[in-house]
Design a protein around this ligand. Structure first.
Ligand SMILES: C[S@@+](CC[C@H](N)C(=O)[O-])C[C@H]1O[C@@H](n2cnc3c(N)ncnc32)[C@H](O)[C@@H]1O
Length: 261
């Protein structure tokens, strides 16, 4: 089940992009989790562990277990007294039923072969009355102004390429359905906005993150012949120019779901 379909890889440049994305998005995501002191928490697909550490620090005595398929990601994760990393597959969590007060995943479901099975597993390991939260991508919601047509073309290729690998960059729109089919009755949807404009603190970092997404799949897309180098470079160059365009702005929302077991 742990077939490697992860489009971004674990190169140092990609780990730096993911760390930058954590700096931009962790505080808002942690408010969404609404952590209670003493909670036992599981992060599924814990990546570099940066979010897990922030979650452990968000309330007193929170204990976090991070399950992550990649040994390279775990090796790069920071040590923390109340965070444990386990190498494993989100589809088959090696945890007893009802072990956690809160189980969450962020930026994971788009990268797994069977997201429905993963949400079911997340529900299984959550105790009765506990919560399951996710935050996911729908890459079609990404907008830049002034328009970036070469980027838009490359982004569409990137989205389609992820689908050919077996992922789903549009999965954010399906969260309610996935949660209902997993057996949850109480599900609440929300969004986490990314609204950035020239001169605002997160603007350059956000545009840089989007470029990093394309770059992480550069070799794969070129090898598969789904895009030419000139076309890809033109898309990247447009966003590089947007970073210094004094009229530039970017809008996006992450899709979130929170359910009670
Ligand atoms: C985009 S990163 C997100 C990491 C972290 N959740 C965060 O928000 O920063 C997705 C992570 O999921 C991991 N992953 C992908 N498929 C997985 C699976 N089947 N089981 C566990 N982890 C998986 C990848 O190796 C990667 O580290």
């Amino acid at each position: 089940m742990s077939k490697d379909i992860y489009i971004h890889g674990t190169e140092p440049s990609e780990q730096e992009r993911l760390a930058g994305l954590n700096r931009l998005t962790n505080a808002t995501f942690i408010s969404f989790l609404d952590l209670r002191p003493g909670s036992r928490v599981l992060e599924v697909g814990s990546g570099l562990g940066l979010l897990a550490v922030d979650v452990a620090n968000a309330a007193p005595d929170v204990q976090v277990v991070g399950v992550e398929v990649s040994a390279a990601q775990i090796a790069a994760a920071p040590a923390h007294q109340r965070v444990t990393y386990v190498q494993g597959d989100a589809h088959t969590l090696e945890c007893p039923d009802g072990a956690f007060d809160l189980v969450y995943a962020r930026y994971l479901l788009e990268h797994v072969v069977d997201p429905q099975r993963v949400v079911r597993e997340m529900r299984r390991v959550t105790k009765a009355g506990g919560r399951v939260g996710v935050c996911e991508n729908d890459v079609s919601l990404l907008r830049f102004d002034p328009p970036c047509p070469a980027f838009d073309r490359a982004w569409k290729v990137f989205t389609d390429f992820q689908a050919t690998l077996g992922g789903d960059g549009l999965i954010g729109r399906r969260l309610f359905r996935l949660f209902r089919a997993a057996g949850f009755d109480e599900v609440e949807l929300s969004v986490q906005p990314e609204i950035h404009w020239y001169g605002a603190p997160g603007y350059v970092a956000w545009v840089h993150n989007v470029i990093g997404n394309l770059e992480s799949a550069r070799n794969g897309m070129l090898a598969a012949g789904v895009i030419g180098e000139a076309e890809l470079n033109a898309g990247v160059a447009e966003l590089e120019r947007l970073k210094t365009d004094t009229t530039g702005s970017a809008t996006f929302v992450w899709n979130r779901a929170m359910a009670r077991r």
